[in-house]
Ligand binder design. Sequence first.
Ligand SMILES: C[S@@+](CC[C@H](N)C(=O)[O-])C[C@H]1O[C@@H](n2cnc3c(N)ncnc32)[C@H](O)[C@@H]1O
Ligand SMILES: [Zn+2]
Ligand SMILES: [Zn+2]
Ligand SMILES: [Zn+2]
Ligand SMILES: [Zn+2]
Ligand SMILES: [Zn+2]
Ligand SMILES: [Zn+2]
Length: 472
Amino acid sequence: MFQEKMEKASKTEVSLEDLARNPRCPHGPTVLFKDSVKGKKRKYYSCSAYRDKKTCGFHVDKSSKITPGKRMNWTEQENRFLKHKNHAERYKHFIDFRSSQKQDGFFCQKCEIICDKTGHEDHTITRFSAADLSTPSRILEAKAENKKEAQFFFSESSRDYLLKVVKKTGGTHVLCIGTPTLYEALPGSIKKLFLDIDTRYLGLLSPEQFCWFNMMNFHFFHGDVAKNRLRSFIRSAGSNLTIFLDPPFGGRMELIHHTIQSIQSILEQEMGRGVSKPKLCWIFPYFMERKLKELGLGLEMCEYRVSYINHKEYSGGEGGRNLGSPVRFFTNIPLSSLPLPNADEYKQCTDCGFYVSSTNIHCKECNACTSKDGRPYVHCPDCSRCVKETYVHCADCVRCHLPAFKCKKENEQAEDNADGVTTIKPQAVEKQKSSEQSKKSGKRKYFGSRGRGGNNNKQRGGGGRGGKRRKF
Ligand SMILES: C[S@@+](CC[C@H](N)C(=O)[O-])C[C@H]1O[C@@H](n2cnc3c(N)ncnc32)[C@H](O)[C@@H]1O
Ligand SMILES: [Zn+2]
Ligand SMILES: [Zn+2]
Ligand SMILES: [Zn+2]
Ligand SMILES: [Zn+2]
Ligand SMILES: [Zn+2]
Ligand SMILES: [Zn+2]
């Protein structure tokens, strides 16, 4: 269901050209989207972070005239939004609490500051002990109900696994984007900086620890002061930088990619072009594998299933999905250096040498352990790849899909499936070429799933691991 939604959303095009010159909503520069509703094409600017009208109703038709009056109006809205969110002012309450030496205090969830109860009687207030201040996310109520920010905290085992990954990298500096609980758990020997859109951390973490940030458009709400904080963090990290990201799964990955590139370019500005790329750990659902790989960041999918404490289906435990959490982590750290924990859940395949889920089965045809979701896949000789066992081969589409899937053989030149393998017919290849040409011509446009990717299942051995068979 969620997978379908993500695929549908990906059919909306996103243009990153001149992002900084786009109209601005309270969450920074908006993004130009292109889609079609009932066959009618639309181009419009909309919020990069929030797609629901209630949180950010910004919507401007591309064809409408952008007058100085409109721009002034947007600036006023932005200023109103920023009011009372000064970092030093909010954090002052934290400093005052610390110097009071009190053993416990209150956090007002409405005013987002540490307070004594006076003046906040009608607000939701959380009592905390002084020791809780080292783990601010425990004081905050996770906004899990709230789809827009979708705050799901790592289970203890997943957090511990990610901490092991940090240790394995040997890196000294970790940049946590949307990963508060990992940030909190990092050992004192690691230098760290936390970036997130959640304003509540302004009252619980200092400006040296936290920057209020939108990862969907590389926007620092507190402007250059905060951006320079990231810059100096990157400078001190040099080639020892590791970035962890756990974005909301509905977030457009092209926008997150743009943020990663912006960080990389700061690193190059500071250290020179020869500097090694930061190590990247991007937490995202397994069915986004092909699209993430297309970004060219050299990411491989680690089969570790990332689970969350406050997400019923992704908890990895009782009441969750039968197959466990569909969330994985994608990284440019060699998978060979990241053995998976717990011998019951994972194994090292004796044929291909990869660490995989214990339910994965090695396919001799594909020369890979081909399952993505934990269920064994079956090999389809017509598609020359392994597919979910619920799929059947369809002569009309010349690919495997669910029997209930409505195939649109007339107008569907290329249709992706969730496993990241695309069957492309000749016309679609033309489309793909033209999209690649427009990429080459410098236009930074991203396209939805149609007509993208190549029929590279053979190279990928259906296992989607880039063809290079690595032995551990
Ligand atoms: C799925 S949660 C990840 C939390 C993580 N699992 C942890 O335990 O630390 C997503 C995080 O991204 C943040 N976030 C959501 N949208 C964002 C945006 N546009 N820019 C920056 N952070 C964002 C949320 O506030 C939240 O902290
Ligand atoms: Zn907005
Ligand atoms: Zn209050
Ligand atoms: Zn194998
Ligand atoms: Zn196979
Ligand atoms: Zn079909
Ligand atoms: Zn098939």
